[in-house]
Ligand binder design. Structure first.
Ligand code: NAD
Length: 496
């Protein structure tokens, strides 16, 4: 089989450069499928220069014209959804139907951005003083960068760039080096949609590329999604370099199951949210807090469903869960099975027992029961198909655990008690809350983001918070002479 070579996309075309490269793997076979160029300073400078040169023209492009290009991009995305899904699956490992779902969720943000003429309307107050009007306008920032994780190589970039570009900015995407191909395909679709050269650029690489963008004086804002230690680093470094920054971090999402819940619904939810995409989702459920006395019955239902899941390559339509992204990640995730047992948990389902031919990065769905808060499997973000069951005696004990957790990305409660659900949504210190919904990813017209160590900065992604992040407001106070008064100005602006 031929080996592919993925390279940068700068100023509307591919840009190969000699230098360091990274390996790309096919997770279902373990095969090395290609290489990706890693940017050094010349490519970083070239991408920023292209985006900077494109900015004045794009900023002045009418909203009508911007929206025409966005609509065309939306159509192309829909047409190429299956192709993109296969590309994502081949490098990430997730099943093709799941990858198609990720493209669809990204497409919804493009649709949101198509409404940009309405979203960019400022305010206007007539006659704040005699013949004086006050109004606000929303203007783009300039060159903005997005740094994204491996787990959603199409959707997470699309949380950022449709809104940034619609607002009139130019964009540099630094995707994950583990599955870089989807970003280049998106760049090609933008070009086909008629986006001017330099408005959307892709720079591949690792810390060198990231640091180059964080330090570059012409990059005005940075959006980041990834793990908490890197999010903290991005936030601090970008802020120190005078940039606007939003950095979304890791997660440890808890699902609370109250005694009055529909346990079949809760078990279905725990299995799909725990093992979908092999648990490599920032909104995956990793801890089930089973409130007494539901523990044994709930575990039996979750276990039964887990044992019926079909594990296999992402491009096999019968597969419900694929492999993990790399061998190293699979081994790290698997290490929590040993540490969990050594620290007193029970292995209710052991994912190491699955049999898939070949040398892919496999680990089957795993259930650790009787997990307690001191265990590593509870404390760490595992980011794999390992579901921990924690038995708690009451709603209050569940809330104490949620409060003590450093992360605050997503959570869910399963109950038939509206009062309990309402109390939960009010009290819980988490950014995205599901009520009988296990993965409460907000629609594109709301904003996506967590609290506590799941977000550094104050803006969530897409929705109105995205529009605010990618624009700055200007307040104008204007006085015009009134000809009916013979050209004599009689008004005075208000002070302050
Ligand atoms: P990661 O933090 O390792 O990498 C994210 C990005 O940062 C990549 O582009 C990578 O090249 C870059 N990077 C990695 N190390 C760096 C360093 N030392 N200096 C500068 N840049 C560096 O994350 P990942 O493994 O790709 O993705 C999984 C993580 O992302 C999980 O923790 C998951 O929870 C998180 N995530 C969070 C959200 C959210 O919305 N909060 C969404 C998706 C994923």
């Amino acid at each position: 089989m031929t080996s592919k070579h993925v390279t940068h996309w700068i100023n509307g075309k591919p840009a190969t450069a000699a230098g360091r490269q990274g390996d790309i793997y096919e997770p279902s076979t373990g095969r090395l499928s290609g290489t990706v160029d890693f940017a050094a300073q010349p490519e970083i400078d070239a991408a920023v220069a292209a985006a900077r040169a494109a900015f004045p023209g794009w900023r002045d492009t009418s909203l009508t014209q911007r929206v025409k290009i966005l609509f065309r991009f939306r159509e192309l995305l829909a047409e190429h959804r299956d192709e993109l899904a296969r590309l994502i699956s081949s490098e990430h490992g997730k099943v093709v139907s799941d990858a198609a779902g990720e493209v669809a969720r990204g497409l919804e943000v493009v649709e949101f951005a198509c409404g940009i003429p309405h979203l960019l309307k400022g305010g206007f107050s007539e006659n704040v003083s005699a013949r004086v009007d006050a109004y606000s306008i929303l203007q783009p920032l300039g060159v903005v960068a997005g740094i994204t994780p491996f787990n959603f190589p199409a959707m997470v970039p699309m949380w950022m760039f449709p809104v940034a570009i619609a607002c009139g900015n130019t964009f540099i995407l630094k995707p994950s080096e583990k599955d870089p191909s989807a970003s280049v395909r998106l760049a090609e679709l933008w070009a086909e949609a008629g986006l001017p050269d330099g408005v959307f650029n892709v720079l591949h690489g690792d810390k060198v590329a990231v640091d180059g963008l964080l330090r570059h004086p012409d990059v005005k804002a940075v959006s980041f999604v990834g793990s908490t230690p890197i999010a903290r680093y991005i936030y601090e470094t970008a802020a120190r370099n005078g940039k606007r920054v939003q950095a979304l971090g890791g997660a440890k999402n808890h699902m609370v199951v109250l005694p009055d819940a529909d346990l079949d619904l809760a078990a279905d939810a725990a299995v799909s949210a725990g093992f979908g995409s092999a648990g490599e989702r920032c909104m995956a459920i990793s801890v089930v807090l089973a409130v007494d006395p539901v523990g044994d019955e709930l575990l039996a239902k979750i276990k039964d469903r887990t044992q019926h899941l079909t594990i296999g390559p992402g491009d096999d339509p019968t597969s419900e869960m694929g492999p993990l992204v790399t061998r190293e990640h699979r081994d790290k995730v698997a290490s929590y099975l040993d540490s969990g047992v050594a620290q007193g948990a029970t292995l209710a389902v052991d994912g190491r027992e699955i049999q898939v031919p070949g040398d892919g990065f496999w680990l089957g769905p795993t259930i650790l029961d009787h997990v307690t808060p001191e265990m590593d499997a509870y404390k760490d973000e595992i980011f794999g198909p390992v579901l921990s069951i924690v038995r708690v005696t009451s709603y209050d004990e569940a809330m104490e655990l949620l409060d003590a957790n450093p992360y605050g990305n997503g959570t869910a409660i399963f109950t038939n008690d509206g009062g309990a659900a309402r109390r939960f949504q009010n009290e819980v210190e988490v950014g995205m809350v599901g009520i009988n919904v296990p993965i409460p990813v907000p629609m594109a017209y709301y904003s996506f983001g967590g609290w506590k160590s799941s977000l550094f900065g104050d803006s969530h992604a897409h929705g109105m918070e995205g529009v605010h992040f990618y624009t700055r407001t200007k307040a104008v106070t204007a006085r015009w002479l009134d000809p009916s008064h013979g050209g004599v100005n009689l008004g005075f602006p208000t002070n302050g």
